[in-house]
Design a protein around this ligand. Structure first.
Ligand code: TYD
Length: 204
């Protein structure tokens, strides 16, 4: 059985992946096994500072190209300071978003930048999670949930419904592109039912 030490959750805004990441971390956490639950953009002090730049403000604050550079810079810091050290000491890492978000948001939705996303990933990041769970939800429901949170970090939600529909199509394509790593979970159900599927996929 392949290693499942580095697991990422992905999906459109408001899909419920953070709840699932929390449930999974709680499930795997024991006295002997520490779980590092982290998120992107962010997950290290430097990357959290970049997060603030990216997620607040007007939709036209950054171009897709500038976003790509900032998300990649944040990811590099997150890897160096949080993810790699945790994996090196045998801890399990559960991450809310990783490089697939850049492939879908900057690569296929905000801009048509997939080739540049891949080049930067190869040059600066160079690793994938062992397993990626994509929580698939109706964009109308997800958008209502996301905006209802009113988190002040709504720059991407503010692009609107059509944007979320395009994102969903992008995530569905990723499952075809990476069939061994990426798995789709139907998120249009109560959190406990979604979690049963998440657990079945994540169990070693
Ligand atoms: P966040 O508040 O964490 O949203 P969510 O709870 O939906 O994950 O904000 C992260 C936002 O940043 C989200 O809209 C997706 C976007 N994003 C990108 O556009 N590219 C990326 O590489 C990453 C990691 C996130």
């Amino acid at each position: 059985m392949a290693d499942r030490n580095f697991i990422s959750f992905e999906g459109i805004d408001g899909c419920g992946k953070s709840t699932q990441a929390k449930l999974l971390a709680a499930h795997f956490s024991t006295e002997d096994q520490e779980i590092v639950r982290t998120r992107e953009p962010g997950g290290s002090p430097g990357a959290e500072a970049i997060r603030e730049l990216l997620l607040t403000g007007a939709t036209d604050k950054w171009s897709a190209e500038t976003e790509l550079l900032l998300f990649t810079a944040a990811r590099r810091d997150h890897l160096e300071k949080t993810i790699n050290p945790a994996l090196a000491t045998g801890q399990m890492v559960i991450c809310d978003r990783f490089a697939d978000s850049t492939r879908v948001y900057q690569g296929a939705t905000r801009g048509d930048l997939r080739a540049k996303v891949d080049q930067l990933h190869e040059a600066m990041i160079g690793r994938e999670p062992d397993l990626t769970l994509i929580i698939d939800v109706d964009p109308k429901i997800a958008l209502a949930r996301g905006l209802a949170r009113n988190s002040g970090e709504d720059r991407f939600e503010d692009f609107g419904l059509e944007f979320q529909e395009k994102l969903r199509a992008g995530f569905l394509k990723l499952v075809q592109e990476y069939p061994l790593r990426c798995h789709l979970v139907d998120g249009n159900r109560p959190a406990e039912a979604v979690f049963a599927d998440v657990l079945a996929l994540a169990q070693p």
